[in-house]
Write a protein that binds this ligand. Structure first.
Ligand code: FES
Ligand code: FES
Length: 168
Protein backbone atom coordinates (compact mmCIF):
# COMPACT_ATOMS: atom_id res chain seq x y z
CA UNK A 1 0.00 0.00 0.00
CA UNK A 2 1.18 3.52 -0.76
CA UNK A 3 -0.39 6.58 0.84
CA UNK A 4 -0.02 9.92 -0.91
CA UNK A 5 -1.57 13.25 0.04
CA UNK A 6 -3.47 14.40 -3.03
CA UNK A 7 -5.03 17.85 -3.06
CA UNK A 8 -4.94 17.96 0.74
CA UNK A 9 -6.43 14.51 1.41
CA UNK A 10 -4.64 11.24 2.06
CA UNK A 11 -5.25 8.63 -0.59
CA UNK A 12 -4.13 5.02 -0.10
CA UNK A 13 -3.38 2.98 -3.20
CA UNK A 14 -4.00 -0.68 -2.40
CA UNK A 15 -3.33 -3.65 -4.60
CA UNK A 16 -1.92 -1.79 -7.56
CA UNK A 17 1.44 -2.34 -9.18
CA UNK A 18 3.89 0.00 -7.40
CA UNK A 19 5.53 0.55 -10.79
CA UNK A 20 2.36 2.13 -12.14
CA UNK A 21 2.98 5.71 -13.29
CA UNK A 22 1.47 8.31 -10.98
CA UNK A 23 -0.49 9.58 -13.99
CA UNK A 24 -2.52 6.38 -14.21
CA UNK A 25 -2.85 6.01 -10.44
CA UNK A 26 -4.37 9.50 -10.33
CA UNK A 27 -6.69 9.01 -13.29
CA UNK A 28 -7.76 5.39 -12.89
CA UNK A 29 -7.57 4.83 -9.14
CA UNK A 30 -8.03 8.24 -7.51
CA UNK A 31 -10.58 9.53 -10.01
CA UNK A 32 -8.61 12.66 -10.80
CA UNK A 33 -9.09 13.36 -14.48
CA UNK A 34 -7.59 16.86 -14.85
CA UNK A 35 -4.18 15.29 -15.38
CA UNK A 36 -3.83 14.18 -19.00
CA UNK A 37 -1.90 11.57 -20.96
CA UNK A 38 -0.08 13.02 -23.94
CA UNK A 39 3.16 11.24 -24.79
CA UNK A 40 3.91 9.05 -21.78
CA UNK A 41 7.63 9.72 -22.11
CA UNK A 42 8.08 13.06 -20.35
CA UNK A 43 8.12 15.17 -23.50
CA UNK A 44 4.79 17.02 -23.69
CA UNK A 45 3.88 18.25 -20.20
CA UNK A 46 0.18 17.30 -20.42
CA UNK A 47 0.55 15.20 -17.26
CA UNK A 48 2.18 17.94 -15.15
CA UNK A 49 1.28 18.01 -11.45
CA UNK A 50 3.10 19.34 -8.40
CA UNK A 51 5.10 16.99 -6.21
CA UNK A 52 5.88 18.68 -2.89
CA UNK A 53 5.24 21.99 -4.65
CA UNK A 54 7.44 21.40 -7.70
CA UNK A 55 6.13 20.83 -11.22
CA UNK A 56 6.81 17.25 -12.33
CA UNK A 57 5.71 14.93 -15.13
CA UNK A 58 3.40 12.38 -13.53
CA UNK A 59 3.96 9.89 -16.36
CA UNK A 60 7.58 9.61 -15.22
CA UNK A 61 6.98 8.84 -11.53
CA UNK A 62 6.02 5.49 -10.11
CA UNK A 63 3.31 5.50 -7.49
CA UNK A 64 5.19 3.08 -5.20
CA UNK A 65 8.04 5.58 -4.80
CA UNK A 66 5.80 8.33 -3.48
CA UNK A 67 4.85 7.18 0.03
CA UNK A 68 4.11 10.23 2.18
CA UNK A 69 4.61 12.74 -0.61
CA UNK A 70 2.28 15.60 -1.44
CA UNK A 71 0.73 15.82 -4.88
CA UNK A 72 -1.31 18.72 -6.18
CA UNK A 73 -3.28 18.60 -9.40
CA UNK A 74 -5.16 21.35 -11.19
CA UNK A 75 -8.25 20.35 -9.18
CA UNK A 76 -6.41 21.26 -5.96
CA UNK A 77 -4.85 24.53 -7.07
CA UNK A 78 -7.72 26.82 -6.11
CA UNK A 79 -8.36 27.65 -2.45
CA UNK A 80 -11.29 29.89 -1.50
CA UNK A 81 -10.92 31.55 -4.89
CA UNK A 82 -9.32 30.52 -8.13
CA UNK A 83 -5.53 30.63 -8.21
CA UNK A 84 -4.42 33.85 -9.98
CA UNK A 85 -3.09 31.72 -12.83
CA UNK A 86 -6.47 30.04 -13.28
CA UNK A 87 -8.21 33.43 -13.22
CA UNK A 88 -5.77 34.85 -15.77
CA UNK A 89 -6.37 31.80 -18.01
CA UNK A 90 -10.08 32.60 -18.00
CA UNK A 91 -9.57 36.34 -18.47
CA UNK A 92 -7.27 35.74 -21.44
CA UNK A 93 -9.42 32.98 -22.91
CA UNK A 94 -6.30 30.82 -23.19
CA UNK A 95 -7.70 27.37 -23.84
CA UNK A 96 -8.53 26.13 -27.29
CA UNK A 97 -9.17 22.36 -27.26
CA UNK A 98 -8.02 22.44 -23.63
CA UNK A 99 -6.13 19.14 -23.61
CA UNK A 100 -2.75 20.56 -22.61
CA UNK A 101 -4.08 23.30 -20.36
CA UNK A 102 -4.06 21.66 -16.93
CA UNK A 103 -0.38 20.88 -17.42
CA UNK A 104 0.30 24.40 -18.67
CA UNK A 105 -1.43 25.90 -15.63
CA UNK A 106 0.48 23.70 -13.18
CA UNK A 107 3.82 24.65 -14.74
CA UNK A 108 2.92 28.35 -14.83
CA UNK A 109 1.71 28.36 -11.23
CA UNK A 110 4.87 26.55 -10.07
CA UNK A 111 6.99 29.17 -11.84
CA UNK A 112 5.16 32.07 -10.16
CA UNK A 113 5.34 30.41 -6.72
CA UNK A 114 9.11 30.71 -6.89
CA UNK A 115 9.51 33.69 -9.17
CA UNK A 116 6.51 36.03 -8.99
CA UNK A 117 7.97 38.45 -11.57
CA UNK A 118 9.61 36.33 -14.28
CA UNK A 119 11.19 37.82 -17.38
CA UNK A 120 10.11 36.70 -20.85
CA UNK A 121 13.13 34.41 -21.03
CA UNK A 122 12.33 32.89 -17.63
CA UNK A 123 8.74 32.25 -18.71
CA UNK A 124 9.95 30.64 -21.95
CA UNK A 125 12.41 28.43 -20.04
CA UNK A 126 9.84 27.35 -17.44
CA UNK A 127 7.18 26.58 -20.04
CA UNK A 128 9.41 24.99 -22.69
CA UNK A 129 8.41 21.46 -21.71
CA UNK A 130 4.69 22.07 -22.08
CA UNK A 131 3.53 21.61 -25.67
CA UNK A 132 0.27 22.89 -27.14
CA UNK A 133 -0.80 21.48 -30.47
CA UNK A 134 -3.37 24.30 -30.78
CA UNK A 135 -0.62 26.93 -30.57
CA UNK A 136 -1.97 28.94 -27.63
CA UNK A 137 1.52 30.01 -26.62
CA UNK A 138 0.91 33.75 -27.05
CA UNK A 139 -2.16 33.72 -24.80
CA UNK A 140 -0.36 31.51 -22.26
CA UNK A 141 2.42 34.08 -21.98
CA UNK A 142 -0.04 36.97 -21.66
CA UNK A 143 -1.92 35.11 -18.94
CA UNK A 144 1.27 34.35 -17.01
CA UNK A 145 2.22 38.03 -17.10
CA UNK A 146 -1.26 39.02 -15.91
CA UNK A 147 -1.13 36.49 -13.07
CA UNK A 148 2.33 37.74 -12.16
CA UNK A 149 0.96 41.30 -11.96
CA UNK A 150 -1.98 40.17 -9.82
CA UNK A 151 0.24 38.17 -7.45
CA UNK A 152 2.77 40.98 -7.11
CA UNK A 153 0.03 43.56 -6.46
CA UNK A 154 -1.57 41.35 -3.85
CA UNK A 155 1.80 40.74 -2.13
CA UNK A 156 2.45 44.51 -2.04
CA UNK A 157 -1.04 45.09 -0.58
CA UNK A 158 -0.53 42.55 2.22
CA UNK A 159 2.97 43.85 2.97
CA UNK A 160 1.58 47.38 3.26
CA UNK A 161 -1.24 46.17 5.56
CA UNK A 162 1.29 44.31 7.72
CA UNK A 163 3.55 47.38 7.96
CA UNK A 164 0.54 49.52 8.94
CA UNK A 165 -0.47 47.03 11.66
CA UNK A 166 3.09 46.92 13.03
CA UNK A 167 3.34 50.69 13.19
CA UNK A 168 -0.11 51.12 14.80
S1 FES B 1 2.28 12.47 -20.82
FE1 FES B 1 3.78 12.98 -19.37
S2 FES B 1 5.08 14.38 -20.40
FE2 FES B 1 3.67 13.73 -21.94
S1 FES C 1 -5.24 24.00 -26.16
FE1 FES C 1 -5.29 22.30 -27.53
S2 FES C 1 -3.40 21.27 -27.12
FE2 FES C 1 -3.24 23.12 -26.05
Amino acid sequence: MTTITINGKDHSFNGIDPAMPLLWALRDHAGIQGVKYGCGVGQCGACTVWLDGFAVRSCQLTVGALEGRVVTTVEGLATATLHPVQQAWIDHDVAQCGYCQAGQIMSAAALLERNPSPTDDEIDAAMAGNLCRCGTYGRIKSAIKAASGAMTASALFYNAMEAEELSA
